[in-house]
Design a protein around this ligand. Structure first.
Ligand SMILES: *Cc1c(COP(=O)(O)O)cnc(C)c1O
Length: 404
């Protein structure tokens, strides 16, 4: 079915078409000069020493775990409210994901106190996810990770271009931990179709990632093409997680639009919050809205990436009924995310309890349409439809005839 208002949409124009044509005319399709330029430009934006482009966000997470030497018998603390990629890649390296609770239904990011609760002698790393483009409480999390000598990985797939302002200079998503992971999948803030990036300030980590990205080989095809090397050695058992120059060329164009598009997402978010405010007195929650009222140490609204527009319904039943009514009105919604420990492949095994808020969030969350080319009129339409659905009188259980 095609929707009147989709969940997300691309901001692609003639620039992206020209960028792909540039690569086609140049006839170097695999990882080459466009990728090198994309990495340099991305590192400048993120403020990290290094950026290493990879084939997708999941590959970025896999590389991060491998570069940090995480493997069998290691535990990785991570939020239960996340896309499944981080948990799956934890399993892929033979380690155990340990799921932590969120701060609250209005702030669905990993609660820093969970790190202390869940740390064991096996804990090697913490993955944080800046849900919806809004930062986790990074100052607290950084301090706890330092104290317990845990590596800190940012799953920054929602937060490309977001900056976390401390007192002095602001630091971008992907520069706050040991290693940052990004995705450029079609519904993200920076889109190449498939694509991803690993960012880090650590020379030792980027060296490992670059090696593992391309079969563990000591030199690249591009280097050999330019006569810089004649042969290669294999230094590690690597993968093929390379991006290609077509995707990198798209990424460079999208990078130029990033700040403008993130700003547009924030404007549309503020519109939504204003229109949906009246639902807050009726059991609904607008996550992160408090950030617009007062900025804090860990996150200020005017620096977020506003990737998603999540709203939390009073209960699961209302959530599904309202999502159905929006669908009938031609409005696409989604659910970020189903509860990871509830998936068949994870069922029960990794959960150490204490996840009531995460479970409630996953049952009650509706993700509303949000994309930079969206109009204020469309925000009005979606908000109006949600309010109508939320306030429509429901058949009450008390009028159902009973038999006793
Ligand atoms: C999109 C996404 C990923 C996975 O990225 P892919 O490019 O689809 O592999 C991982 N984590 C989060 C939070 C994401 O949003």
């Amino acid at each position: 079915m095609s929707f009147l208002i989709p969940l997300s949409d691309l901001d692609y124009g003639e620039e992206e078409v020209a960028a792909v044509q540039r690569v086609l005319r140049n006839k170097w399709l695999s990882m080459g000069p466009e990728t090198k330029a994309f990495e340099e430009e991305f590192a400048t934006m993120a403020g990290t020493r290094h950026a290493c482009a990879v084939s997708n966000g999941t590959a970025a997470l896999h590389m991060a775990f491998l570069a940090l030497g995480i493997g069998p018998s290691d535990e990785v603390i991570q939020p239960a409210v996340n896309f499944v990629a981080s948990a799956n890649m934890t399993k892929a390296v033979g380690a155990t994901p340990v799921f932590g609770e969120i701060v609250g239904l209005d702030e669905p990011t990993l609660d820093s106190t969970e790190i202390e609760r869940l740390t064991t002698p096996h804990t090697k790393a913490v993955v944080v996810m800046h849900y919806g483009g809004y930062f986790c409480r990074m100052a607290e999390i950084q301090e706890i990770c330092r104290k317990h000598h845990l590596a800190l990985i940012e799953d920054a797939c929602h937060a490309v271009g977001a900056t976390c302002p401390p007192a002095s200079a602001s630091v971008a998503a992907g520069a706050l931990g040991d290693i940052g992971c990004f995705s450029f999948f079609s519904n993200k803030n920076l889109v190449t179709g498939e694509g991803g990036m690993v960012t880090t300030n650590r020379d030792d980590l980027v060296e490992k990632v670059r090696k593992l990205r391309s079969h563990g080989m000591s030199t690249l095809t591009w280097d050999r093409h330019r006569g810089h090397a004649a042969t290669y050695d294999v230094l590690a058992h690597g993968y093929n997680y390379r991006i290609d120059d077509l995707h990198s060329a798209l990424g460079r164009e999208q990078l130029k639009k990033l700040e403008r598009n993130n700003q547009r997402r924030r404007e549309l978010t503020a519109e939504y919050w204003q229109r949906l405010e009246l639902l807050e007195n009726r059991g609904w929650i607008l996550p992160f809205r408090k950030l617009s009222a007062f900025s804090s140490q860990f996150s200020a609204f005017n620096h977020t990436a506003s990737h998603l527009l999540p709203v939390v319904a009073p209960d699961g039943e209302t959530r599904w009924r309202c999502a159905d009514e929006l669908k009938s009105a031609g409005i696409q919604t989604s659910l970020h995310y189903p509860f990871i420990p509830g998936f068949t492949a994870f069922a029960g095994k990794e959960s150490r309890g204490g996840l009531d808020k995460s479970i409630a969030f996953c049952q009650r969350i509706i993700t509303l349409p949000l994309y930079p080319t969206m109009t204020v009129t469309q925000v009005e339409t979606v908000s109006g439809a949600l309010i109508a659905a939320a306030l429509s009188p429901q058949p009450s259980a008390s009028i159902t005839p009973t038999t006793h």
